[in-house]
Design a protein around this ligand. Structure first.
Ligand code: TRP
Ligand code: ZN
Length: 502
């Protein structure tokens, strides 16, 4: 909140400060003080870790992304691509809107319409300065990590109204980094791009309300030089079309999806189509340039996906989306990401990681974190699912993995992380994964097999297509077990020392 006031207080103050008294839209605010009826949508979704991620005042229904992308020239040319996009965003206003924002980082807007009416580009207005008519402006402050595209629609938007915003935008793509310094977002590679947006890197490639609390459906039209392959979420909407040296790839992702799970990776991929015994389509995209060793590892793991789906369906309920498959790139962002229906892997797909990213489809994707501080709900569950897969496929037992974690000495810094609130630069530290997994194993042992897996399925079905918090998980498990688990969760999730009794 304080960062927000400091960096963009000007724009907000204009709207809140002058109160629009006397205009037909003015109405009484609670407490009897006259307030404006049409106000600015919030510049963030209210997440304490990333105050400017996401936006308020509307709910996106659908993103239609039309992208033309040219990968870098061969080395030694810089690792930069050329990107041109047209984003058509369909959304519903959740308040009377004088202004609203999208998140957009590193690319520039060239034109924008709201319900077909053009808005004009203006400089960000200083505090107290009104802007006339339909307009938009873009603040990009890399040091403050503030990237906000503000739209002032005219006429103003009424609560409940469906709004279509079209944004023409583009620029040069690079290799963006998250708050900790990890590569993320539209990561330009020599042969294309690896596109992995967690936690708020999706704003590096389209204007978006970049927070999991605003899920939407997606469609994609991605045009790349002929022979390049573009792979996004969901299923092909039609066959690719090649003309004049360019190929357009069409993808449709009709299941609600958090923005950080969007991908549209581009590369020299071989596409492999198959399906599970139940008829779930599997589409894998494997880079032509994997090393022989990495190709052997990948070719050993990906064929296990149908069996893994069966194991996780037994544990967590029906697979939640319309398709699955993996994108394996020869470049590396240093990690894999569970992009919805189609995870992205760096260099190779190792079996335990394949199990991990698959499990995220239920745990992280169908049910997403309501706040980034709840990241352990993603990573603890996906780690525990790796242990379950190991156990079910003849490897080490979950109990053995648990004991491994518990063999970490009491005075190790590992135990100092509060995993229910690891901080914005601690989202992906080991304890979030391993103590998270150990928490779930300890819970299974405490409440028993039946209650544990009934609770897991209840968790996924109750919050499917939405988000949930640590408190929601506690409530589900108190119901499933009939036990008071307050102390258990405090010891495991909120105490910066090694659990000894629970
Ligand atoms: N969510 C990813 C996974 O575990 C990991 C991830 C995203 C990550 N960003 C990261 C890991 C940065 C390390 C660093 O499947
Ligand atoms: Zn994970």
């Amino acid at each position: 909140m304080s960062t927000r006031t400091r960096a963009l207080g000007g724009a907000l103050a204009v709207v809140v400060g002058i109160g629009l008294i006397g205009l037909p839209g003015a109405s009484a605010a609670p407490g009897g003080v006259p307030g404006p009826r049409f106000t600015a949508g919030a510049e963030g979704a209210g997440d304490a870790y990333f105050p400017f991620a996401g936006n308020g005042g509307y709910d996106v229904q659908h993103y239609d992304l039309d992208i033309t992308y040219t990968p870098p020239d061969p080395a030694p040319a810089p690792l930069e691509g050329e990107f041109e996009g047209v984003a058509t965003i369909t959304m519903v206003a959740t308040q009377d809107l004088d202004r609203f924002n999208f998140d957009l980082r590193g690319l520039d807007v060239s034109a924008l319409t709201v319900n077909g009416r053009p808005a004009r580009a203006v400089e960000p207005p200083a505090a107290g300065v009104e802007v006339d008519g339909a307009a938009y402006w873009h603040v990009q402050d890399d040091d403050a990590r503030v990237w906000e595209l503000t739209v002032q629609p005219r006429p103003k938007i009424m609560k409940g109204q469906t709004v279509t915003v079209v944004v023409w935008y583009g620029g040069t793509t690079t290799r963006p980094r998250d708050i900790e310094g990890f590569l993320y977002g539209w990561v330009t590679t020599r042969d294309g791009a690896m596109v992995v947006g967690e936690p708020e890197g999706t704003m590096t490639w389209y204007p978006v309300s970049d927070h999991p609390t605003d899920k939407a459906t997606y469609s994609f039209e991605i045009t790349v030089p002929e022979a390049k392959v573009a792979v996004a979420n969901g299923l092909p909407a039609r066959d690719p079309v090649t003309a004049g040296g360019w190929t357009t790839w069409y993808w449709d992702a009709p299941d609600l999806q958090a923005s950080y799970l969007t991908t549209a990776s581009v590369g020299d991929y071989e596409l492999r189509f198959s399906e599970t015994d139940d008829g779930l389509p599997i589409i894998d995209a494997v880079d032509d340039a994997l090393t022989p060793g990495n190709r052997a590892i990948t070719d050993g793991s990906l064929p296990l996906q149908p069996e893994m789906i069966a194991v996780f369906e037994a544990a967590f309920g029906p697979y939640p989306f319309n398709s699955y498959g993996s994108i394996v790139d020869d470049d590396s962002v240093g990690y894999a990401l569970e992009t919805q229906t189609r995870p992205v892997y760096s260099l190779r797909a190792v079996e335990s990681t394949v199990a991990h990213e698959l499990a995220h489809q239920w745990l992280g994707n169908a049910v997403s974190p309501g706040r980034w501080q709840d990241i352990w709900l993603n990573e603890g569950w996906a780690t525990y699912a790796e242990w379950i897969w190991s156990e079910e496929s003849g490897g080490a037992s979950a109990q053995a993995f648990f004991e491994d974690v518990m063999s970490i000495p009491d005075d190790d810094g590992f135990w100092e992380v509060v995993i229910a609130d690891p901080g914005p630069t601690g989202l992906f530290v080991d304890p979030v994964y391993d103590r998270g997994g150990a928490t779930l194993h300890a819970l299974r042992v405490k409440i028993g097999e039946t209650a544990f897996f009934a609770g897991a399925r209840e968790w996924v079905s109750r919050f499917n297509d939405g988000t949930a918090t640590t408190e929601d998980l506690e409530a589900v498990y108190e119901e499933a077990s009939g036990q008071d688990l307050g102390e258990f969760f405090d010891v495991w999730l909120r105490t910066p020392s090694k659990p000894t009794s629970w």
